[in-house]
Design a protein around this ligand. Structure first.
Ligand code: SF4
Length: 113
């Protein structure tokens, strides 16, 4: 498998393969890239950013508190789309916990009018 490490702006091109049950990562410049490549091979994950409505119809931006499995992104985005948060939310407020049992909370990152 070929991929690009997204853990820093260098964007090292990675090659990941499995040999005798062991995951081999090549092309990384540092340990973070090796870990990223192995995770991309086994269970790719991503953080999610999105928008939610407040009760008065304003918009707040949110993010997941941690990465979630890539194949569950659609489910989490749908969950977030069903949220309505209080008008008094502030940056850093957690508006949902352990979404879909994935261990990720939904955190307010900004407000828009
Ligand atoms: S392997 Fe290391 S240096 Fe290369 S993109 Fe990933 S984090 Fe950055």
């Amino acid at each position: 498998m070929n991929t690009i490490c997204i853990k820093c702006p260098m964007g090292c091109p990675l090659t990941v393969e499995e040999r005798d049950g062991k995951i081999i990562v090549n092309g990384n410049t540092c340990k973070r890239g090796e870990l990223y490549g192995a995770e991309e091979y086994r269970e790719p994950k991503r953080a999610i950013t999105s928008l939610v409505r407040t009760k008065s119809g304003e918009v707040a931006s949110v993010k997941t508190s941690c990465d979630v499995p890539k194949d569950r992104i659609k489910d989490v985005v749908e969950f977030i789309g069903g949220l309505t948060v209080g008008d008094g939310v502030r940056i850093g407020d957690v508006v949902a916990t352990d979404v879909l049992g994935l261990g990720a909370d939904i955190v307010i990152t900004g407000r828009r009018n």
